[in-house]
Design a binder for this molecule. Structure first.
Ligand code: ZN
Ligand code: CU
Length: 501
């Protein structure tokens, strides 16, 4: 804990650190992370801790590794993109999962959300229909139990199967279970392109009728025809706040997004799960139907809003040679069209390839960064530039988000002040979580701290060369222990799973 602040020159200390000319802040809280998968194999949390992140909020976008029902365990495992050693999905309860997660320690603290997709798989597999009354009750009970066991709230991923199969009423019903135990609702909303505003309104409705706070995840307007809509989305958030609903959002400081390649497919292509999808794509008639849907210009079709030259393959398990290349170019080299190249790659990689989409607008991004109720969330994971975690060309946000806000957007572009930038990584997310003893520098608060050089702090990870740590983050302390000291990882693992106050 922080035991004193101020002029301590007369005090005696075990260790003294000279930080003259540097900035001392609370440790950063990554409001939107997917590290629940990677941290199992990367206890050192390399790419995050080196940015100054001391707490990550995981279980986002509707997907968490628990709870699991034995009946649908294989469906969940097949759906997971990355299953590290030790992740058995054998936990009888959310509490058992948290225990397993916590057993070996982590470099940083972790806050766990429950994914609605995971709940839905546990209750009804990959069925593309509304739940029966019994199935809905089961989801609600699993949600309530997970809250008892240490979860902080519910997340949805409404562009991803099976989350996308849910109607709003279902989500409200599950959200109410979380609300009863003071959880919040984080949403990857149903549309981030042409239907952005409707999707924000739906998230707000869940907050209003579910009676819980709402976090709009990675707010953006995707696709050139939709640029300029982020300020409108923020107006909806402001209006809801004026109505008394606690709505906030998070953003990452890049104009490209990233997700799985299979997201290009219509959501019905995943009905029944990954194996069913692969079977469908192996059948010429079915494949032609999928293909037609990919090409048809619909409101949220990714293909109709970004050109294939703006789709970069970022990770493949097998076709390593394709990483870093654009789909337009891959198709040309293979002498087929881009839709065919994409579908073939989804098949060859069994649905586990990733892409980066260059589809966002800089002015929209600045509007989000400057908005008082938008905080920072990376949407990335704890990676490392060595071993299996150093593979591919993942989105640079996993390495650069926080230093990029401080360096590029606060110092260089002056989109926001340094103090505001820090607040969006500390006090603001702490307020969202209801964390009173983190995210602040105060006597009695937990000693999660960062020392950085405001003149030098900068991200170095790029789309071409993403596995690069930032500059200027000198010391990072988690729960009173150095994890980064003079820019080097100490190997210390003082982080823990946090449970709600
Ligand atoms: Zn998402
Ligand atoms: Cu996400």
């Amino acid at each position: 804990m922080i035991s004193a602040l101020g002029d301590l020159s007369r005090e005696r200390a075990g260790t003294t650190l000279n930080a003259t000319g540097k900035v001392l802040t609370p440790g950063f809280i990554d409001m939107h992370s997917h590290s629940d998968w990677r941290l199992w194999a990367n206890r050192r949390a390399e790419s995050k801790i080196r940015q100054g992140v001391t707490t990550e909020v995981v279980g986002n976008c509707g997907f968490s590794p628990a709870p699991v029902s034995p009946e649908f365990r294989d469906d969940l495992r097949g759906f997971a993109l990355y299953v590290p050693k030790g992740m058995t999905f054998e936990w009888p309860s959310f509490r058992d999962y948290l225990h397993a997660f916590d057993a070996d320690g982590t470099a940083l603290n972790v806050v766990h959300l429950v994914g609605h997709g995971t709940l839905r798989i546990a209750a009804m597999g990959f069925a593309r229909r509304p739940p029966t009354a019994g199935e809905l009750t089961r989801m609600q009970r699993l949600m309530a139990d997970a809250m008892d066991d240490g979860a902080w709230g519910l997340s949805t991923g409404l562009i991803y199967a099976p989350g996308s199969y849910a109607q709003t009423d279902e989500i409200i019903a599950v959200a109410r279970s979380a609300a009863r135990q003071r959880g919040f609702y984080a949403s990857h909303i149903r549309g981030e392109g042409a239907t952005l505003l409707d999707a924000v309104s739906e998230a707000i409705r869940v907050g209003r009728e579910g009676e819980l706070p709402v976090q709009v995840s990675h707010v953006k307007a995707a696709g050139r025809p939709n640029w300029g809509n982020v300020p409108r989305a923020l107006e909806l958030i402001d209006a809801a706040r004026a109505e008394g609903i606690d709505v906030r959002a998070d953003v990452y400081p890049y104009t490209a997004s990233s997700t799985t390649l299979r997201t290009l497919l219509p959501d019905w292509a995943l009905e029944g799960g990954i194996d069913a999808m692969l079977k469908r794509l192996a059948d010429p008639t079915e494949r032609a139907r999928v293909r037609a849907a990919v090409e048809s210009p619909s409101a949220e079709s990714i293909v109709s809003r970004v050109g294939w030259e703006n789709v970069m393959i970022s990770y493949c398990a097998k076709r390593k040679d394709l990483e870093g290349r654009r789909l337009s170019e891959i198709a040309r080299a293979q002498g087929i069209d881009a839709v065919e190249a994409a579908i073939q790659l989804i098949v060859d990689e069994a649905g586990k390839a990733y892409m980066i989409l260059f589809q966002l607008d800089e002015a929209d991004l600045r509007a989000a960064l400057a908005h008082p109720h938008v905080m920072i969330g990376s949407d990335g994971s704890s990676l490392a530039p060595y071993g299996p975690l150093g593979e591919g060309k993942p989105h640079p946000r996993s390495y650069g988000t926080f230093p990029r806000v401080l360096g590029e957007y606060a110092r260089e572009q002056r989109t926001l002040s340094l103090a505001t930038a820090v607040h969006k990584m500390t006090g603001l997310p702490a307020a969202r979580l209801g964390l009173r003893d983190r995210g602040v520098l105060r006597t009695g608060a937990r000693a999660d701290l960062v020392v950085f050089d405001a003149r030098r702090v900068a991200d170095r990870a790029t789309y071409e060369d993403p596995h690069r740590y930032p500059d200027g983050i000198e010391h990072v302390i988690v729960n009173g222990r150095f994890v980064i000291k003079h820019g080097e990882h100490t190997g210390s693992l003082p982080g823990r799973v946090l449970t709600p106050p």
